[in-house]
Design a protein around this ligand. Structure first.
Ligand SMILES: Cc1ncc(COP(=O)(O)O)c(C=O)c1O
Length: 408
């Protein structure tokens, strides 16, 4: 047997993606990490380039990935238990670090219990695999992350069991809630806390206000699920995310250790009963090896740091640098979406100009991601900047200077 015939078709499919403008660019390969020095934050070296790059496209909001205490914790855990778990959780693949991370993250987000996953992506799939049944009706924001959309498909949610409201539009959400078809018993409103490409925040308090009064109307109530992958650790006065920022609580919280906490892995937090059901029902938990103990130990340390004085200081610095960048963009007459989140979109509103500006920044040693048509609608072309706590004042000035030099 050969892949020859299949290869031909796959090449055509990839070519079609390229022709549509949907193909991913070749991946740049990081070959060096240069620690902060002389008032500059960390820099990265890429294969094939002599430049030292400033990453303005990292989700590592608190810049904990290279923290010596996280590295030490990962190292110690590895020396105790080795590099891999050897089995899935229910076949003696559960180590003390897994249990401890679940306790720590539940406490950090102030929920009764939590389960950890290899990623927030698989955690979102698990939410749907656990909760969905024939009487479940799902309502989601149109800009929800791909993993929530995929979660509907993997759980075989039929078209008539779901509705979508326009981004953050509470009138449309109200309409969706008022038009739930008869026979639905379990209503789930699911949305990103922070929308990753825009840095704006779901109005969780308003969503709760709309859903709470309806809970009596449905046999199994109306529940809210927030995926706060970009909020936890990075948003709100103490980094508790969208719940803290809006002053409201979701019933179920999904998050990641791979962004503000700087490690890897995801989690679901909620009631004890929900978490036990996840353990029993969610394929993306049951049939796959868990995180390594190194990841868990590093994530435990990240939570500890985020919850203490050092975390608060990092958050303060992150907010200051975010403010500096947002003010600098405004001073350059550039358009953004307002808000305090360290995701700062620069709306370019033109595909060719977006590409040119991304390239201009690259030549100046600055890494960013551009979103162009047809990935976003024409006119919404954007460059996403992400501020991290390791960025210094002079780093932000460097980026603003590079932007001011772009005249095309
Ligand atoms: C809202 C949201 N959920 C989930 C994820 C996936 O996170 P992870 O890398 O932990 O799977 C992302 C990351 O891109 C995200 O933006």
């Amino acid at each position: 047997m050969s892949l020859e015939k299949l290869n031909r078709s796959l090449v055509q499919e990839v070519e079609a993606l390229k022709a549509e403008g949907r193909a991913k660019a070749p991946e740049r390969i990081i070959v060096g990490y240069l620690p902060p020095r002389n008032g500059r934050g960390p820099r990265y070296q890429l294969r094939g380039s002599n430049l030292e790059f400033l990453r303005m496209n990292s989700n590592s909001y608190l810049s904990l990935s290279n923290h010596p205490e996280l590295i030490k914790a990962a190292d110690e855990a590895t020396h105790r238990f080795g590099v891999g778990p050897g089995a899935v959780r229910f076949i003696d693949g559960t180590f003390s670090y897994h249990a401890e991370l679940e306790e720590r993250i539940a406490r950090f987000v102030n929920k009764p219990a939590a389960k950890i996953f290899n990623s927030a992506y698989t955690a979102n799939l698990a939410v749907a695999l656990t909760i969905n049944n024939a009487g479940t009706y799902w309502i989601g924001d149109e800009l929800n992350h791909n993993c929530i959309i995929r979660a509907m498909r993997i759980s075989n949610v039929p078209r008539e069991n779901r509705a979508i409201y326009k981004h953050n539009n509470m009138e449309e959400l109200k309409n969706c809630l008022n038009n739930i078809p008869p026979g639905m018993e379990r209503i789930v409103v699911i949305f990103d806390g922070i929308f990753s490409m825009r840095g704006d925040c779901a109005p969780l308090n308003e969503i709760v206000k709309l859903t709470e009064p309806l809970t009596e109307r449905f046999k199994e109530g109306v529940i809210t699920v927030v995926d706060d992958s970009h909020g936890i650790g990075a948003y709100g006065d103490s980094g508790r995310g969208t719940e803290e920022f809006t002053g409201a609580k979701a019933d179920v919280l999904v998050g990641t250790f791979g962004k503000a906490f700087g490690v890897n892995g995801g989690f679901i937090a909620g009631s004890e009963e929900l978490i036990e059901a996840v353990r029993q029902k969610a394929d993306t938990y049951i049939y796959t090896n868990p995180l390594s103990v190194a990841d868990c130990a590093a994530a435990i340390k990240a939570i500890e740091i985020a919850g203490g004085a050092e975390g608060r200081e990092r958050l303060r610095h992150l907010k200051a640098r975010t403010g500096q960048f947002r003010n600098g963009l405004a001073a350059l007459g550039r358009e953004s979406i307002p808000g305090p989140h360290p995701v700062v979109p620069l709306l370019v509103r033109d595909t060719a100009r977006t590409r040119q500006l991304v390239q201009h920044l690259f030549q100046k040693g600055i890494l960013v991601i551009g979103l162009t048509f047809p990935v976003v609608p024409r006119g919404d072309e954007t460059i996403r900047f992400q501020i991290n706590a390791a960025h210094t004042e002079s780093d932000i000035d460097e980026v603003l200077e590079a932007l001011s030099g772009f005249k095309a």
